[in-house]
Design a protein around this ligand. Structure first.
Ligand code: MLT
Length: 254
């Protein structure tokens, strides 16, 4: 991976392929490698920029808390570093929250947004409180309980479960804690898409146990031009469970 410094922090990323820039932003609590299966076919069409989000993979953190807007600023820093003015953004779950925060701050830098198993809705107050509690539990006891609790919810495919379990176990607790605070504090971003004119793609499994496909239907209702790629029997990890269909979904940007 390549990297650059932001103050005391390192932001790591991969860059592969040629074409219009497309940033692939992973979700919680994972790293850039979740996209590995879709990178080869997409790299034929796009200049793929694939960061590790702050606190995950090889991207470090220097604080214990940050906001979704801070993570969006990291994406802007990465594009600035690469001298790229605007890009398509595809965000998986929390990565979608980052893409939407970026679009809210830098609308002119967005060529299109794909939400992969993600949503525009903010957390309900109980969910916010749960996230803050969970961050405290991780700070005390480590990430084991959170990883154990999430694994089966991410996918019903046992091979995917094993892969994401091992990937989550590799991540530092700092990334979990900072991301939980960022997710708890995020705002509703439906207006960001409703007021935009760029393409919007929704790639969502109809068996997603973490973010129900209804959230994609909600976006479609508010943003009629949003295209839904509904993946039958896929869970929360479409790029691992159905990589060919996820690739075809992202190629709708072309
Ligand atoms: C994710 O998969 O990125 C997160 O679980 C999403 C969330 O908790 O809202």
């Amino acid at each position: 991976m390549k990297n650059f410094s932001v103050g005391e922090r390192t932001l790591a990323y991969d860059r592969i392929g040629a074409g219009t820039p497309l940033v692939l932003i992973h979700g919680f609590p994972l790293d850039h490698s979740i996209w590995d299966k879709v990178v080869p076919p997409l790299s034929v069409h796009f200049d793929l920029i694939i960061p590790d989000v702050r606190g995950f993979g090889e991207s470090t953190s220097s604080a214990s808390k940050w906001s979704m807007n801070d993570l969006a600023e990291d994406v802007a820093r990465l594009l600035d570093h690469l001298k790229i003015e605007s890009a398509f953004l595809a965000g998986h779950s929390m990565g979608g929250y980052i893409a939407l925060a970026f679009a809210g701050i830098f609308p002119g830098r967005v060529r299109g947004i794909a939400l992969v198993a993600s949503q525009t809705a903010a957390d309900a107050p109980e969910k916010q409180a749960d996230r803050v509690k969970q961050a405290g539990q991780i700070a005390r006891d480590g990430t084991g309980d959170t990883v154990a609790g999430m694994t089966a919810k991410l996918s019903s495919d046992v091979q995917v479960q094993k892969y994401v379990h091992d990937l989550m176990r590799k991540q530092e607790s700092q990334g979990f804690i900072g991301s939980l605070h960022a997710m708890a504090g995020r705002t509703d971003t439906m207006a960001v898409l409703a007021e935009s004119t760029y393409p919007v793609i929704l790639i969502h499994g109809d068996s997603d146990a973490l973010i129900p496909i209804q959230r994609a239907h909600d976006v479609q209702a508010a943003v009629p031009r949003a295209e839904l790629v509904q993946l039958h029997e896929a869970g929360h990890m479409p790029m691992l469970e159905m990589p060919e269909q996820a690739t075809e979904g992202l190629k709708r940007f072309l």
